[in-house]
Every structure is written in structure tokens, then in C-alpha cells.
Design a protein around this ligand. Structure first.
Ligand code: ADP
Ligand code: MG
Length: 415
């Protein structure tokens, strides 16, 4: 079976080797087992379900919360000659009907479905009419309320699967799962705990840096001048900040786009497209931008303020360097920024228990800003794993500088 997977990898995708973890996940699925794949952003999770779907007879359902990207994903598959479609709220009733008919007719190998749809009659009908060989659940951490992006609609998904009178293969995928979230995913989806596959969380092409005590605008402008023409994302925590930084950069002739929830959908899409096609090099955005974005040549991700937690930070920073080339993940850190994130939690409708959890996560994020240990190791350990010091982050390099200075001092003194 795995030879077939290799054939698909080469002939359809034109890749010669699997990325770390892909082979293990695909192998498990082809053996008819469920799996939870925890692989970093850019790790190649899509192929983990796309390749088996092409090897299997029958249809694969892909659940994804990223409605705005479904079209892109389906277009990319269509271009590769793979029959695929999507069902979400952007379709008219007529379009939905056409696609459902075709789906029942067996015209598609992959059908992308938004999680909210699982509560609808159409999807119920579809699920009970066609034979589903596999259900791939992307961004599976959304099913856990201990995750950083809980979506209640993901819960009904588990129920929809149980209502079937057979059990399709279930593959859950995520880039960010703490041990608690990972346990939640497997128990809610009924995946055996032996079937958890976690690849090294380390991103060995990312240089993590924490910048403290520098004037942020100055740092940003200097950095963008030195790295002129490189593609990157600047994350800020409020819409207002995004607008301000966007104005600042454009005033300095740096081609920047912007993205936040306050912009109309058309405008957001248009900036996103301009960024994807390199018409603007820098995207200034709130966390509304980027989930699932597949732009390979992002050379830096700069956080102008801390995000709400390490999960969000690693996911956002992880959008740099998806092509494997050296890239920067920079946090401009000021402890006062915790207040903005605290304010968001105060304003939220979470219950007290969840609020306390969010406050704790903000503190852990702020600790990242002040830790002395290797930044990559801090993150990896947060997710319950270990790794060696990376030797690339600002803490590792500072240590080295410190040692060098000590050595230099010793040398001078011994003369
Ligand atoms: P993820 O969902 O894990 O963040 P994607 O599935 O979007 O990652 O893949 C990230 C990038 O890696 C994509 O551009 C994809 O084409 C590429 N990729 C995936 N698998 C391979 C492979 N085996 N060899 C080379 N490139 C790959
Ligand atoms: Mg993905």
C-alpha cells in the first residue's frame, strides 16, 4: 500500500520524499487505522489525508474551519486533476444541490465540509447516502475547549460520526496540541491512544528572537529596511494598531497590506491575494489573518505585541519558512502588553474557569518574553516534548556572546 502512496507522491504531486511524519501517518491510515497527527505548521498535513484518499476507493470528507481557504484548496486539487469540491455557507442553495447530487453520484474523491454543516440536513443526508472511507479533521484542536480555538460545531462532528452505521477511518490533524488537548481529541473522536503520531515540534529553520527595551517602530522600520523585498507578516493585537502600523509602513514606502476583522470581506480577500502573489511584501494583521495560509516564502513573522498564548504564537510564527529556508520569528516584547490580552479575556463570555485558564496562558506567553532558556526549547517543552538548545534563537546566541565575552575577558586578563 505504501508503494502506492509513493507513486501518488511522485506522479501527482511531483515530490520525491515524504516529509517527517507523513509516511508514518499515511502508513497507519492505509492499514485502516485511525490517527491523530500532530505536526508543525508547514509540516505537510494536507498530504497525510489527500494521498490516502486517492489510494482508497470511495470518498474522503475533509472537515476544516477555514471557509475562506476551501476554494483555494479545492482549486489546487482540481489543478492536480483530483476531483474535489467544498460545501459551506458561501454556496447558494442551488449550487449546494448540484454539488450534493454530484457527490452522491461519486463524482468527487474529496469533499471539504465546514464543521457547522454537520448540523444540517443536507450533510446528514449525504453522510448516510454515500460511503465514506475516511473523515479527515483538520485543525482538530478546535474540538477541545482546552485548546486555544474551541469551536462548538466541532463537537457535533464526533456525534455525526457515531451516528453512522459503520465507522470510517478518522484522521485528526493539528499543529498545536498540548497533552490535555491531544487527550481530548482522541477521546472525543474515539481514536485509540496508540494511534497518536507526533513529529518533532522543533522548526529547525526558524530563528526565534525576543526583542526587549527597543523602540518598536524604530526596530520594525530598521528590520524592514535591512530585509527590503522579503515577504513577511507583522502581527499586532488590535485593529487600531494594525491600521497605525500599516499607515506607518506605507508612509515609509514599504509596500504593506492589512488584514483584520473590521475590514469588509472583499477588502480582506483582496489584501490576502495581493500578499499571496507578492504584490505587497508585508502583511500587517491581527490574528484574524493566516490560519491555514500556504505561502511558502514568508521570511519573517514579527509580533508587535504578544499574542494570547503560546499555541497562537507558535502557529502564527510558524507561518514563516514553510519552504524550509532560514526565517525569523521575532517577538517585540513589553510586559505591559499582557494588559491588552487580559482585557480581551475580561470582555469575553467565557465562564470563570475558562477565563482563569486564559489568564494563565497569557502569563505563560509573557514568560516566553522573559525566559533565559532557549526559545525553541521553551516552546517545545510547553507542548510536552523535549529538544536540545537550538543554537539559533536570541537566547542561545546571547549566551554564546556572553561566553565569548567571558573568554575574551579571560584572554585579555591572562595576557
Ligand atoms: P500544514 O497543513 O501541515 O501546515 P501543508 O499541508 O499546507 O502544511 O504543506 C505545507 C507545504 O509543504 C505545502 O507547500 C506543500 O506543498 C509542501 N509539501 C507537503 N508535502 C511535501 C513533500 N513530501 N515534499 C515537499 N513538499 C511538501
Ligand atoms: Mg494545514
Amino acid at each position: 500500500m505504501l508503494t502506492k502512496a509513493y507513486d501518488v507522491l511522485k506522479e501527482i504531486y511531483g515530490f520525491s520524499e515524504f516529509k517527517t511524519g507523513q509516511k508514518e501517518v499515511i502508513d497507519k491510515i492505509l492499514q485502516g487505522k485511525d490517527a491523530l497527527a500532530i505536526m508543525p505548521t508547514g509540516g505537510g498535513k494536507s498530504l497525510c489525508y489527500q494521498i490516502p484518499s486517492l489510494v482508497f476507493e470511495g470518498i474522503t470528507i475533509v472537515v476544516s474551519p477555514l471557509i475562506s481557504l476551501m476554494k483555494d484548496q479545492v482549486d489546487a486539487l482540481t489543478e492536480l486533476g483530483i476531483p474535489a469540491t467544498y460545501l459551506n455557507s458561501t454556496l447558494t442553495a442551488a449550487e449546494m444541490n448540484v454539488r450534493l447530487k454530484k457527490a452522491v453520484n461519486g463524482d468527487y474523491k474529496l469533499i471539504y465540509v465546514a464543521p457547522e454543516r454537520f448540523q444540517t440536513e443536507e450533510i446528514f443526508y449525504l453522510m448516510h447516502t454515500i460511503t465514506i472511507s475516511m473523515i479527515a479533521i483538520d485543525e482538530a484542536h478546535c474540538i477541545s475547549q482546552w485548546g486555544h480555538d474551541f469551536r462548538p460545531s466541532y463537537l457535533s462532528l464526533g456525534e455525526s460520526i457515531q451516528q453512522l452505521d459503520y465507522r470510517p477511518i478518522v484522521l485528526a490533524l493539528t499543529a498545536t496540541a498540548t497533552p490535555v488537548v491531544s487527550n481530548d481529541i482522541i477521546s472525543l473522536l474515539g481514536i485509540h491512544s496508540d494511534n497518536r503520531i507526533k513529529t518533532g515540534f522543533e522548526r529547525d529553520n526558524l530563528a526565534f528572537q525576543v526583542i526587549k527595551g527597543q523602540e518598536r517602530n524604530r526596530f520594525l522600520l530598521d528590520y524592514l529596511t535591512v530585509n527590503k523585498g522579503q515577504s513577511g507578516i507583522v502581527y499586532a493585537s488590535t485593529r487600531k494598531e494594525v491600521e497605525r502600523i500599516y499607515e506607518l509602513l506605507n508612509a515609509k514606502n514599504i509596500k504593506a497590506g492589512k488584514y483584520h476583522g473590521g475590514l469588509k470581506e472583499d477588502e480582506r480577500n483582496s489584501w490576502q491575494e495581493k500578499f499571496l502573489y507578492d504584490e505587497v511584501t508585508v502583511m500587517v494583521a491581527t490574528n484574524a489573518f493566516g490560519m491555514g495560509i500556504d505561502k511558502s516564502n514568508v521570511r519573517f513573522v514579527i509580533h508587535y505585541q504578544i499574542p494570547k498564548n503560546i499555541e497562537a504564537y507558535y502557529q502564527e510564527a510558524g507561518r514563516a519558512g514553510r519552504d524550509g529556508l532560514p526565517s525569523d520569528a521575532i517577538l517585540l516584547f513589553s510586559p505591559q502588553d499582557m494588559q491588552i490580552q487580559k482585557f480581551f479575556v475580561d470582555q469575553s463570555e467565557l465562564n470563570d474557569e475558562l477565563k482563569n485558564q486564559e489568564y494563565r496562558k497569557i502569563r505563560e506567553m509573557a514568560q516566553y518574553g522573559s525566559t533565559q532558556i532557549c526559545l525553541q526549547r521553551y516552546i517545545v517543552e510547553y507542548f510536552g516534548d523535549n529538544c536540545d538548545d537550538c543554537g539559533r534563537c536570541s537566547n542561545c546566541l546571547d549566551d554564546r556572546e556572553a561566553t565569548d565575552i567571558t573568554l575574551e575577558t579571560q584572554k585579555v586578563l591572562s595576557c
